[in-house]
Design a protein around this ligand. Structure first.
Ligand SMILES: Cc1cc2nc3c(=O)[nH]c(=O)nc-3n(C[C@H](O)[C@H](O)[C@H](O)COP(=O)(O)OP(=O)(O)OC[C@H]3O[C@@H](n4cnc5c(N)ncnc54)[C@H](O)[C@@H]3O)c2cc1C
Length: 380
């Protein structure tokens, strides 16, 4: 059995961010680290977007930036200037290539392509088994996510942000390359929260996604019909070629993932509850949590004692309660919010950076009735 100080399971967003943060920090230069993933991370399996003020640490791999977003609804349809924010996009493959390449600079970090089958904390060592090998480590960081982690309980609703997207190339110019369509609710809701999300790269090329915030996935055909319907009816385009596809599901829940941590095993990324419950955005949230985890590691304290829970957890909980109770209400909530409040406040709130006064301003911009009922449901 080969021994390491740390093992990171999963070389996705959170695993690679953590490996890089440990690798570049002199404090860990004598720490042996094994990174395991069951894939070679050589495909472009996802597109990450996030908003950010000014320059950021990922700018060299950002492939497209928008300074405007579009929100489409039944009553309000508007283009917003989001200055000082911009909406940035990273292709998964660019991130994997850059981060795996960087790890070559750190002689204490080894990457193996192996599928992990078991992880067990024996108190003084953690045993990690793959189909090929057994390893032991003092600490393990695990990013393997399974919905069963959250769905075994009923205290907190578990919704999904689920979507299917096509990168399309059109014959004639149909997209506005200067604005990302953040949410377009001008499509049939069918009792759910359904919207289109469009990332245009040029007037003739864009990633167009049909997205839902709801409990259950749809048959593949339904996402596809919604995309072609939107291109035809919403954008007046029926002559296009599908260049690429992407599909995903991100958990939206306030379930406390920390129940799975132990003294020596820490779940990270989506598996650690780092996906923002009310939006599914996880990339920037991971980039903010990794440095906090690294500083915490230096204290030598038990891994299950670090908590990221704050007041925003409760706001997210009320939102998810509202959405789970009446899933068709989502478009009304978002439309009211975008009618009453600037995207700058919305982004700041979703980044969990607002003061209590700003929280109130945000909440008062939403339809209050459903949230008051959700609040009473939780406190009474
Ligand atoms: C298609 C898609 C688009 C997304 N877009 C956005 C976005 O625009 N903005 C945003 O903020 N968030 C987005 N997300 C959500 C989130 O940012 C990503 O899911 C992100 O990749 C989560 O990082 P992670 O480290 O938790 O998981 P992952 O990046 O999925 O990493 C987990 C890793 O574990 C590996 N693994 C799984 N099982 C095993 C095993 N048995 N043994 C070894 N390795 C294993 C996988 O191969 C993977 O590399 C998106 C998600 C998807 C699926």
């Amino acid at each position: 059995m080969t021994q390491f100080d740390y093992i990171i399971i999963g070389a996705g967003a959170s695993g690679l961010m953590l490996a890089e943060a440990l690798g570049k920090d002199d404090f860990f230069s004598d720490t042996s680290i094994l990174l395991l993933d069951n894939t070679s991370k050589s495909t472009n399996d996802r597109t990450w977007c996030f908003w950010e003020k000014g320059e950021g640490q990922f700018d060299d791999i950002v492939s497209k930036t928008w300074r405007h977003i579009y929100f489409g609804g039944h009553e309000v349809s508007k283009r917003f200037d989001i200055d000082p924010y911009s909406y940035k996009m990273i292709r998964g493959i660019d991130f994997y290539e850059k981060y795996l390449m960087r790890l070559n600079n750190y002689p204490n970090i080894t990457f193996h392509q192996e599928s992990v089958t078991q992880v067990e904390d024996y108190g003084n060592r953690v045993l990690v088994s793959s189909g090929k090998n057994q390893y032991s480590a003092l600490k393990v960081f695990n990013s393997i996510f399974d919905y069963k982690m959250a769905t075994h309980q009923e205290k907190y609703p578990v919704l999904q942000q689920h979507f299917l997207g096509w990168t399309v190339k059109t014959k004639s110019p149909v997209f506005d390359k200067d604005q990302a369509t953040y949410m377009d609710f001008s499509i049939p809701q069918k009792g759910n929260t359904r919207f289109m999300y469009v990332l245009p790269f040029s007037a003739t090329e864009a990633l167009v996604e049909h997205t839902l915030f709801s409990k259950d996935l749809l048959p593949k055909k339904e996402y596809e019909n919604a995309i072609s319907g939107y291109l035809k009816n919403g954008l007046n385009c029926d002559d296009f070629e599908i260049m690429d596809t992407e599909q995903g599901s991100i958990p939206m829940t306030c379930y406390d993932f920390s129940e799975h941590h132990t003294e020596n095993i820490r779940y990270i990324g989506t598996a650690g509850g780092w996906a923002k419950p009310s939006t599914g955005y996880t990339f920037m949230s991971s980039s903010k949590k990794v440095p906090m985890l690294v500083e915490y590691l230096k204290t030598g304290k038990a891994l299950d004692q670090l908590s990221f829970k704050n007041k925003f957890w409760f706001y997210d909980l009320l939102f998810l309660d509202v959405l789970a109770k009446n899933n068709g209400n989502g478009h009304h909530i978002f439309e009211t919010l975008f009618k009453n409040r600037d995207p700058q406040l919305i982004f700041k709130f979703l980044d969990e950076e607002t003061s209590f006064g700003e929280d109130l301003a945000f909440v008062m911009g939403c339809p209050t009735g459903p949230f008051v009922r959700a609040l009473l449901g939780r406190v009474l």
